[in-house]
Design a protein around this ligand. Structure first.
Ligand code: VGL
Ligand code: ZN
Length: 224
């Protein structure tokens, strides 16, 4: 197999780092966060290195109030990873995670991307979840990110972080559908990996022409 071609970064590129928070990052040893994604800790250092090559970085932060619709505890008799019919469609249920102002909701302390320009919170409405950084789970309510990126002249998006099969997937799909050139940095992402979710993600990305790239392919323009 030939090495994948280098991707040279342009001034209008941005890196979107999705939900690299304590609750999603697995611990190096011992207990991870409330919804720890396997291998989550392995991508902290690659994302830090990758981010240093970008002039523009946006971080997202899952940010839920108590009693959030996505928490299994909000629905008596329901267990995490079951699905409910919410008014806006199917909603997967999760352990309580990323509660506002808790340690679990904080960005992982080793992430350290000082030049990140925006931290976008999402999922802050009690009765509406948001996987995507662009549009909430009703597929209607915008977060404002598309306007922010457009107003700043940012046109091509590289998406990485947690989780590949939920928030990374939906952010990439919505970004592409909103007219941004969009790529997913697959090896700087990790999946929750419920039955079928990774295959469904790969299919959705392929259908929309969203390439999956490796973080080592991505080079700062000045380095070439
Ligand atoms: C996420 C499940 C619940 C994610 C957020 O960041 O992928 N997954 N909330
Ligand atoms: Zn969440």
């Amino acid at each position: 197999m030939p090495a994948p071609p280098p991707l040279s970064l342009q001034p209008a590129d941005a890196l979107l780092v999705i939900d690299m928070q304590n609750d999603f990052v697995s611990a190096v040893n011992g207990r991870g966060g409330a919804l720890a994604v396997a291998g989550g800790h392995d991508i902290v250092s690659p994302i830090k290195t990758l981010a240093s090559r970008f002039a523009h970085v946006v971080l997202t932060q899952d940010w839920h109030p108590r009693g959030h619709i996505s928490f299994a505890t909000t629905h008596p008799g329901k267990e995490p990873f079951e699905t409910i019919a919410a008014p806006y469609g199917a909603q997967a249920l999760w352990p309580e995670h990323c509660l506002q102002h808790t340690h679990g909701a904080e960005l992982h302390p080793e992430l350290d991307i000082p030049h990140a320009e925006l931290i976008l919170r999402k999922g802050y409405k009690r009765d509406l979840d948001s996987y995507s950084a662009f549009v909430e789970n009703d597929h209607t309510t915008p977060t404002g990110l598309a306007g922010y990126l457009r107003e700043r002249g940012l046109k091509r998006l590289f998406v990485c972080g947690l989780a590949y099969d939920f928030c990374v997937r939906h952010t990439a799909v919505d970004g592409k559908q909103l007219g941004f050139e969009t790529l997913v940095v697959e090896d700087a992402s990790r999946a929750v990996d419920l039955p079928g979710t990774v295959d469904a993600t790969n299919d959705a990305l392929a259908r929309l022409g969203i390439p999956r790239v490796l973080w080592t392919q991505i080079h700062a323009a000045s380095a070439r």
